[in-house]
Design a protein around this ligand. Structure first.
Ligand SMILES: [Zn+2]
Ligand SMILES: [Zn+2]
Length: 332
């Protein structure tokens, strides 16, 4: 059980419990307004979750047919997985919004055919993953397909867009890093920030490598660099509560941003020191920075290290010495 969310006018939080072994604890869905409602994220399509969500919303007097739009913080299945189920239950296509940099991740073509793609395979091999590990990541990606329905009709949203909700508005803040199209949603009246996976209390969010780079509007995108820039952006906001995509609410945004920045600085130094000892591929750096990586989570670790390497290279503190695969890096 997570600590109950504080009561804030016109915000109804549903924390959908995750299986015990999940480090994410819960998937949080928020209904905003007092009718009609805007939903922020939907949760994944795990068995039983849809009826759980429906019941929890009903407890606060919200029927699915009262939902007028869905804002999706980013293109991950645990955030949009139930959007189609909601549309089907309502009987009409409730308009769904997501940032353009992530919208293609919701398509049938991507989910069914391209989630695992040659770019993914090349990236894993380039990072030095043994075949067994590549297979574990591929299996994990295949599992993702089973907990969402693709969304073909999607509306794009962008930085600064405002959605009216009961005389109030929700503002879209583009906070790339976890994904290129990740957004936070800011309710300036209540000083509440809906942070998706950009801010989470119990874990440091993973800036994930974008594998289909050809589909990004900004081909020079670097996930960790973008993420640190997004933290700077969020630090400017006047926020009383952060309502994240997973786990408990946060009442000290500046504090958690400081913790994240320190964490990333320390990790970067660890990587630099390890490379100083001897050049190595990304995969061989995992043991230097992570105490433990669960099977199938290797992609998260490799993404994190890749983000740090990109910054070290930007800072001219590391360089690529062999393109591989696996690609070999050394400290400068
Ligand atoms: Zn995510
Ligand atoms: Zn998530």
């Amino acid at each position: 059980m997570i600590k109950p969310f504080p009561k804030v006018e016109n915000i109804h939080a549903v924390a959908i419990p995750f299986p015990n072994d999940s480090h994410l604890i819960s998937a949080n869905v928020y209904a905003i307004g007092n009718g009609p409602f805007t939903l922020i994220d939907t949760g994944p399509k795990f068995p039983g979750i849809f009826s759980y969500l429906r019941k929890e919303l009903q407890k606060t007097g919200i029927k699915l047919s009262d939902i007028e739009r869905i804002i999706i913080t980013h293109g991950h299945i645990d955030h949009f997985g139930l959007a189609v189920s909601i549309q089907k239950a309502v009987g009409y296509p409730v308009e769904c919004f997501i940032h353009a940099e992530d919208s293609w991740k919701l398509s049938k073509k991507h989910i069914e055919e391209e989630m695992w793609n040659p770019e993914a395979e090349n990236f894993m091999a380039g990072a030095g993953l043994p075949q067994k590990e590549i297979e574990a990541v591929r299996k994990r990606f295949s599992f993702f397909r089973t907990i969402c329905d693709p969304l073909e009709k999607i509306s794009n949203m962008g930085a600064g867009d405002r959605f009216p909700v009961n005389g109030n508005h929700l503002e879209i803040i583009h906070t790339p890093g976890h994904t290129a199209g990740s957004c936070c949603i800011y309710d300036s009246t209540n000083k509440v920030l809906f942070s998706g996976d950009s801010i989470i209390k119990h874990i440091t969010p993973n800036p994930l490598v974008e594998l289909k780079r050809s589909l990004l509007k900004d081909p020079s995108y670097q996930s960790l660099k973008a993420y640190l820039g997004s933290l700077d952006k969020l630090a400017q906001l006047d926020v009383r509560y952060v309502f994240p995509g997973h786990g408990e609410y946060i009442d000290d945004l500046p504090g958690i941003i400081t913790t994240y920045r320190e964490h990333h600085l320390q990790r970067r130094e660890m990587i630099w020191k390890a490379l100083k000892q001897d050049p190595r591929p990304v995969y061989d750096l995992i043991n230097d920075v992570f105490a433990f990586v669960r099977e199938g989570d290797v992609f998260l670790a490799v993404s994190d290290i890749t983000g740090h390497l990109e910054i070290l290279i930007n800072e001219k503190r590391a360089e690529l010495i062999e393109t591989g695969p696996p690609a070999l890096y050394r400290a400068v």
